[in-house]
Ligand binder design. Structure first.
Ligand code: TYC
Length: 102
């Protein structure tokens, strides 16, 4: 009986995953060298935040160490992170981004 229950649960989970993909928070991390203007630009250009929201997210990261930039499916989150790292590298800033399952 327990086995049957588990099988039903697994089937249910698989169906659920097909309907609703897992979502991932993309976070930017604070550092001492990246300019505030660059972080605001990244938040506006890559994460499509308004100027006001980008400013407040940047200050939150600066004060608390990290901050939420957006929530995406795995592949989109990975792409955003790669875009942040490439742009930061191009501008010689050490800015890092990471993701967490929601
Ligand atoms: N701490 C940086 C400074 O004082 C600004 C900064 C904010 C850097 C957010 C990274 O994700 C970051 N210039």
């Amino acid at each position: 009986m327990a086995r049957v229950d588990t099988e039903i649960e697994n089937e249910y989970e698989e169906e659920w995953e097909l309907e609703e993909p897992k979502l991932y928070k993309v976070l930017l991390l604070n550092d001492d060298y990246t300019s505030m203007d660059f972080v605001v630009m990244v938040l506006m250009e890559i994460f499509h935040q308004s100027a006001g929201k980008a400013n407040s997210i940047m200050f939150k990261i600066h004060e608390e160490g990290s901050g939420l930039c957006g929530v995406y499916t795995y592949e989109v989150a990975e792409t955003k992170i790669a875009q942040v790292h490439n742009l930061a590298k191009e501008h010689q800033f050490p800015l890092r981004a990471t993701m967490e399952e929601e």
